[in-house]
Structure formats: C-alpha cells, structure tokens
Design a protein around this ligand. Sequence first.
Ligand SMILES: C[S@@+](CC[C@H](N)C(=O)[O-])C[C@H]1O[C@@H](n2cnc3c(N)ncnc32)[C@H](O)[C@@H]1O
Length: 228
Amino acid sequence: MNVREEFDDWAREGRDRGMEERHLNTAKHALARIPVEKGDYVLDLGTGSGYAPRALRERGAGRAYGLDASPEMLRNARGYTDGDGVGYVRGDFEHLPFDDGVFDGVFSMEAFYYARDPLDALAEVRRVLRPGGTFYCAVNFFEESETTHRWQEKVDVGMTLWSRAEYREAFREAGFYVASQDHIPDREVEIPPADEFPTDDWESREAMVDRYRRWGTLLTVGVSAENE
Ligand SMILES: C[S@@+](CC[C@H](N)C(=O)[O-])C[C@H]1O[C@@H](n2cnc3c(N)ncnc32)[C@H](O)[C@@H]1O
C-alpha cells in the first residue's frame, strides 16, 4: 500500500477526527509556540483533518495551507473548514507545490516520518521557507519512545524511526539551525490505576506512563539559514 491508499482508507472510515483529538493533546502546545505574525504564510505538512491550518489562521496567519497526499483526507478537511484564508492542497513531502521562500512557518504533526525520503523532504521544507522561517516538526514515533515502535506493524507504509540526535543532525544537514528540541508530555490521556492492567493496548501502567507522560511528542524546531 502507498501513503495515499492507506490514509484514504483512514479518512473514509472517519479515523481522521479521532486522530485529531488524540494528537491535539500535545499538538495544541506545539502550535501555541509558533511565532505567527499577522499576515504570515504558513504550511501544515500531512494535515489530515486540517486542524492546524485552521488554528494558525485563527492566530492571525494571512494564509494557511494544509498539504496532504490523500485526496480523501483533503476532502474531509475542506468539509470541516469555514471561512477564507485556509487552503488544502494535494502533494508529496518530497515535491512541495509551492515557490521558493514563500512561507514564514511550516508545521507538521505525526506525519514527517512517513516521507519516502526524509532528507529530501527536509530539503523541500527549507526551499519553501524564507530565510529565518521556522519548521516545527512534531512526532510521537521516535527511537527513545520505545513503546511507539510497534506502530509500524499496524501501518502498511514505511516509517522512519529516528532518534532525537538523528532529527537534529538531519535538520543541520538540510541547512537549518536547531533552535530547540524538547518533549511535550501528554497529560490529558487518562492512565488507569495499576490493578486495571493489562488492557487491550497496554501490558503495564509503566509502559503507558513512558509513552504519554515521559516522552509524549518530540518537537524539533529548525530555523532556515540564509543561503551562502
Ligand atoms: C498520522 S496522519 C496525521 C494527520 C494530522 N497531522 C494530525 O495530527 O492528526 C499523517 C498524515 O500525513 C499524510 N502523509 C503521510 N505521508 C505523506 C507524504 N509523503 N506526502 C504528503 N502527505 C503525507 C497522510 O496522508 C496523513 O493524512
């Protein structure tokens, strides 16, 4: 299966809204950190239900785009969106359908590691950002968060499992300064008392605490360097 087929299925089954709800626990904190100035152009990579462009537009962005490879995700995202200034565009991370240097900020939540070639995808993000523009890259699936590794078995497309250091290294290689990297714990997911484990999803309470409270979402923030 390719990304389009996989996520078209998710969208048809209505799984985009559940995903939004789960991801928002931490994504809302990542979004709140983006220094949106009035009139900025911003892009959300792998937009799914399209919540991030809507939120960034509300924060004052002049124009917010959500890009996705899945036409069904985009169809749903458009259906959930009222008002102007938000656009949803079909495309791949490795070939962004935008001119050089048009964006002030790029965001991505739980999507970047689906890129067929993450280094090419980073080069594309850098190309469409203006010098000094920022990339807020949020992922829940990464090396140190060990309980997330099993997700690959549930998804029929390849996922890149990088460590925190590998994210930083790849950002630098692509021409970003790494402005910050940290974790946003998910404090909203309810964790039952120890005697209620195992559950359908979790062997132990410790594993659940590790996933949500210890590691949560890894946020790497890159600033696009000036061309030399
Ligand atoms: C797990 S969902 C996350 C959606 C949303 N960002 C959220 O937080 O709920 C990943 C999304 O990225 C899109 N995607 C994955 N790989 C892609 C690629 N290479 N190019 C464009 N979109 C891609 C998928 O179609 C899917 O909608």
